[in-house]
Design a binder for this molecule. Structure first.
Ligand code: PRP
Ligand code: URA
Length: 209
């Protein structure tokens, strides 16, 4: 699928299996989501550009490479996107973090906005938009639209599990945006949940129901 990258690294797939497992409790679920997010961030940042530098070692001078002054931002869709932020920040600790509050109306499945706060300079930043679940794609599509309205420079989407319906929606509305996911599942059920999925990501992360 054009612009959809399924990250099939064995460590990511191994941890995802435990994340999906209904017997996995809140503490382990949270830790695993953080770990998988760190591993996925490694792939999502693969094309960052480098510039040459010289480093004085105790013995001599080494030619090295450092990331070329890129400004990065991580944007979490609340609530469940929060669970992915710390893992990414372990790899890119200077990234700024934004939050977009959205919840799905249980009847219409349409996203309802309740919060928006992102770095003022997102037009200069490469953004990673994070949310574990891409179900109907309504939340991610709306978040992308909001970021583009504020002239975001570039945006990649990172999720744990995507449904074909959600991928199609994002591809239709935002064809240039790359989607990084650990899995593409079968379908949505009548309540808009991903099958087999992992259940309600926010509830499993925060122990609510
Ligand atoms: C979940 C999930 C996504 C959204 C995905 O959030 O974390 O944000 O649903 O569904 P969609 O692709 O059909 O829009 P939810 O609305 O349950 O809010 P929460 O994270 O606060 O629990
Ligand atoms: N939101 C979730 O948390 N899980 C799903 O399967 C779909 C939407």
């Amino acid at each position: 699928m054009d612009k959809v990258k399924v990250l099939d690294h064995p460590l990511i797939q191994h941890k995802l299996a435990f994340i999906r497992d209904e017997r996995t409790g809140v503490k382990e679920f949270r830790e695993l989501v953080e770990e998988v997010s760190l591993l996925m961030a490694y792939e999502v940042t693969r094309d960052l550009s480098l510039e040459a530098t010289e480093v004085k070692t105790p013995i001599g001078t080494a030619l090295g490479q450092v990331i070329s002054g890129k400004k990065l931002g991580v944007i979490a869709i609340l609530r469940a996107g929060l669970g992915m932020v710390n893992g990414i920040l372990k790899l890119i600790p200077h990234a700024k973090v934004g939050h977009i509050g959205l919840f799905r109306d249980p009847q219409t499945l349409s996203p309802v906005q309740y919060y928006f706060k992102v770095p003022a300079d997102i037009h200069e930043r490469d953004l990673i938009l994070v949310d574990p679940m891409l179900a109907t794609g309504g939340s991610t599509s709306l978040a992308l639209t909001m970021l583009k309205e504020r002239r975001a420079k570039s945006i990649k989407v990172m999720c744990l599990i995507a449904a074909p319906e959600g991928i199609a929606r994002v591809r239709e509305k935002h064809p240039e945006v790359e989607i990084y996911t650990a899995a593409v599942d079968e379908r949505l059920n009548d309540h808009g949940y991903i099958v087999p999925g992992l259940g309600d990501a926010g509830d499993r992360l925060f122990g609510t129901r």
